[in-house]
Design a protein around this ligand. Sequence first.
Ligand SMILES: NC(=O)c1ccc[n+]([C@@H]2O[C@H](COP(=O)([O-])OP(=O)(O)OC[C@H]3O[C@@H](n4cnc5c(N)ncnc54)[C@H](O)[C@@H]3O)[C@@H](O)[C@H]2O)c1
Length: 354
Amino acid sequence: MKKLKLAFIGAGFNGQIGHLKPFSKIKNCEFTALAEDRDKLRTLIKKKYNFKRTYKTHYELLEKEKEIDGVIIVTKRNMTAPIAYDFLKNNFNVFTEKPMASTYAQAKKLVKVSKNKKVLYKVGYNKIFDPVVWKAKKLFDDKKITKDLGKIIMIKSHRLSGSGYPKKPNYIATNEKNIKSEPSWPFAPSWMKKKYFKDYEKYLNLYSHNINMIRFFLGDKLTVKSANLDDNYISSVLLNYKKSIPVLLTTGFFTKDGWDDYLQIFYEKGYLKINFPPQHIAGKFTNFLFHRTNAGKKNIVYKSNKTWCFDLQAKSFIKDLELNKITHNEGSDILKDMLLVENIWKKFIYEQSR
Ligand SMILES: NC(=O)c1ccc[n+]([C@@H]2O[C@H](COP(=O)([O-])OP(=O)(O)OC[C@H]3O[C@@H](n4cnc5c(N)ncnc54)[C@H](O)[C@@H]3O)[C@@H](O)[C@H]2O)c1
């Protein structure tokens, strides 16, 4: 079988540990081209991962490489969207890190060009590729399993994060400065005042993971009821699911080593709680508890210690390329996460102005 030809844009920290490493374990693909601005890093990565050709900028790669099956873009956040746009516009299948863009309008532009060009476009919310999450979702969707638990009465999504990274991450770091800042699109929506930009950017970056997971379980019947994003310590957002069920999203920072990240769905007689570990730390795994004893059923506890969501995410993109169809986290779906985040910020700013 012909190997799929991959191109990578950016081989920095997460580019290496979250993407190059996982894709390198997959047999039916090859590392054809790399664009990396930093010279020493580019040379070292070429050697380590056996890239056929390398380029300093993504523009050179775009011009020279005509037979790439899929491009993986892992650059700084304000550069993700314009680089993705350049590739989508030139008929490449694209996978990018999250967030897909800095604003809903930018994200819409990306989805539109991917549809016009009929190319594949996937966004990297890695957590949903964990089999434990799929198992939990299957139970959640199974009416026979949930029938004795009564109605859903509340949902809670909670993330108090620390750094989330190992103390000594295993990747190639050079002494070169990471200064590339172009091409760049605006950091925040045009309707937002500058004083909110920093907090908005942080919120979108960190907690769009929670939004993505909430939408994976609950779908699109979500509206924003209230938002307090005064993130000196903790932000709290109240969404409504199916018009009346509260979804509480609490987020903020712990100490550097702390981590508490879960999604909990409360029924009248039990709950489903999925715990997410810091995703870049090896040896910590997603698990869930389906607490049903109030309904006279056995609890279900589930964990898997054999898989890592970044590995499965990479496999998923390769499968998508083979099928010529995005199976999960298609750009057009993630667009809805972007809208929800922007609506949360609109609500917060509106409530502040009253
Ligand atoms: N899913 C997660 O849990 C998670 C975690 C961390 C980071 N991220 C995402 O990963 C991305 C950042 O990744 P990182 O930490 O590897 O960033 P980084 O800044 O360390 O690496 C980016 C690399 O891209 C290179 N580069 C940038 N633009 C280029 C261009 N046009 N042509 C060639 N090279 C270019 C830079 O030289 C740099 O080495 C962000 O989008 C961030 O949101 C996701």
